[in-house]
Write a protein that binds this ligand. Structure first.
Ligand code: FA5
Length: 351
């Protein structure tokens, strides 16, 4: 039995050195030390030995067992070390290498224009305000001198929200604002004159063609004070047009009619696509001019709705399309407004 035990030990020590992975190492250990393993197999014959002899063999068996266990742990440690080394080799990082950069996006051209427009007006004291873009009929129409069922409302091709009507005096139907002019009375309700505000917001109309989209942006300007006249309006519009478009562009005021301004105008600028020389072929404009927005002196009824006395205060207001303004910028040459909202990166990345 002693020889068998010695052989067992030698056999294990030889085999364990050749094992290279944990699975085989554990299998080998079970083969030698497991319940039905080789060591126990040899020990079965112990019962036949004399007591003295049994003691000696028992001691030897323990030594063999210990030697096997030690060799097992030694090999296990060697494996852990080489695993760590292997990992370090596989995962090393050269910190002197240049980093990899993720490509940086940028703001949408319309968002860029909104920032620029706000900035231009801030230089002449117009403070940005925000008002609801889902608002009551009262602020979008009624307070703007357009009573219920007035046909002038039709021009705004409005989306109404399928929700219960508000019963308050300043409520009515709920709608997606078709213009930013709801900010006129809302601002007069919260600020005292002198008022100089600019409101840039989303507008919604049931329109889509080459120069109309169902969701667009307008910027609304409002100035209310004592003694404000059309001259101030013209001065502010010219300041904006020259700062944003450049001094070589021409603008014009065309007499128009809005229920909430008197007198009212439409503001046109020479078309950037045809250079203002439309020979009947420009897809975008009408005879070299493109309408940017409406403007006028705030109607006395609107000033009253804002809680102010029209005999004391006068003011002007204007509302322009942001997309149209951007499209008329020098060098832009966008001849279809819808491309702004097609999410085509080939287009957007040019800005
Ligand atoms: C108005 O909306 C008035 N609230 C403007 C105003 C404000 C007049 C203050 C007087 C005083 P209008 O419907 O013309 O006016 O629209 C103004 C501008 O919004 C248009 O000239 C155009 O630039 C832009 N616009 C209107 N509808 C669309 C649309 N569907 N898509 C893109 N831009 C549009």
């Amino acid at each position: 039995m002693k020889t068998k035990l010695e052989q067992l030990k030698t056999e294990f020590l030889e085999l364990v050195e050749k094992v290279t992975d944990r699975q085989n190492l554990e299998r080998l250990q079970t083969e030698f030390l497991g319940r039905k393993g080789k060591l126990n197999e040899v020990m079965k014959d112990m019962v036949e030995l004399a007591v003295e002899e049994r003691k000696l063999v028992g001691k030897l068996a323990n030594e063999v067992k210990e030697a096997i266990e030690q060799a097992f742990h030694f090999q296990e440690q060697k494996m852990s070390q080489s695993e760590v080394m292997g990992q370090a080799e596989r995962e090393w990082i050269d910190i002197t290498q240049p980093g990899s950069f993720s490509s940086e996006g940028h703001l949408h051209p319309v968002t860029q224009a909104i920032g620029e427009i706000t900035d231009i007006f801030s230089h002449i004291g117009f403070t940005a305000v925000r008002v609801p873009e889902i608002d009551w009929d009262y602020y979008a129409f009624e307070s703007l001198n357009m009573p219920k069922d007035h046909p002038a409302r039709d021009d705004w091709e409005t989306f109404f929200v399928d929700a219960p009507e508000g019963s308050g005096e300043k409520e009515g139907k709920l709608l997606l604002t078709p213009h930013t002019s709801n900010s006129q009375v809302r601002t007069m309700e919260t600020q005292k004159p002198p008022i100089r505000m600019i409101n840039i917001g989303r507008c919604y109309r049931r329109q889509i063609d080459i120069s109309h989209v169902p969701m667009f942006h307008q910027f609304e300007g409002l100035m209310i004070d004592k003694g404000v006249s059309v001259t101030h309006l013209k001065g502010v519009l010219d300041y904006f047009a020259q700062t944003y478009f450049g001094s070589n562009r021409r603008t014009r005021l065309r007499p128009h009619h809005f229920r909430f301004t008197e007198p009212s105008f439409e503001v046109d600028i020479t078309c950037e696509v045809c250079g203002g020389n439309d020979d009947g072929t420009c897809r975008l404009c009408k005879a070299g001019w493109l309408e940017l927005g409406g403007a006028g002196m705030v109607h006395p009824n609107v000033i009253k709705a804002g809680g102010l006395d029209p005999d004391v205060y006068t003011g002007f207001a204007f509302g322009w399309g942001v997309e149209r303004t951007l499209m008329m910028r020098e060098g832009i040459k966008i001849d279809d407004i819808r491309i702004l909202y097609k999410n085509d990166l080939r287009f957007v990345n040019q800005f």
